[in-house]
Design a protein around this ligand. Sequence first.
Ligand code: HEC
Length: 111
Amino acid sequence: MTAIAHHCSNRTLRSALLFSFALAVPAAAAAEDKGDGKQVFQDQKCTKCHSAPGVKGGKKDLAGVGKRHDGAWIEGYLQKKKELDGKKHKKKFGGSDAELKAVAAWLASLK
Ligand code: HEC
């Protein structure tokens, strides 16, 4: 661990990570602005079980879910490819790939 921390190329790696993060943030913000993900959330009846900031719904509030998972994880989870505490999601996502990406990006932005 210490050997890695002292390695010089670590700094380069860190700025590369920061750079890609800076690129990723405006993309997520754009998806949020259009309100697509939020719309998909309502259209796909996620609200039967979940509520979210600005969306009334079921008991399982998804506020702050973006602190726990990123968009890629949420996409996998909604397709039942990933597990949460050893369990797959209740419902397999029924919309299109674009809708899946939009709703996952929106949820990941809830921090
Ligand atoms: C039939 C009820 C039901 C429906 C409909 C449903 N979910 Fe869930 N969802 C759950 C349950 C149960 C969990 C397990 C976590 C929990 O108990 O809070 C969960 C967990 C999640 C999590 C992880 C939450 C966390 O805190 O880590 C996300 C993200 C999520 N659901 C998104 C969605 C989306 C998006 C939709 C609509 C496409 C949806 N869910 C529809 C029941 C449902």
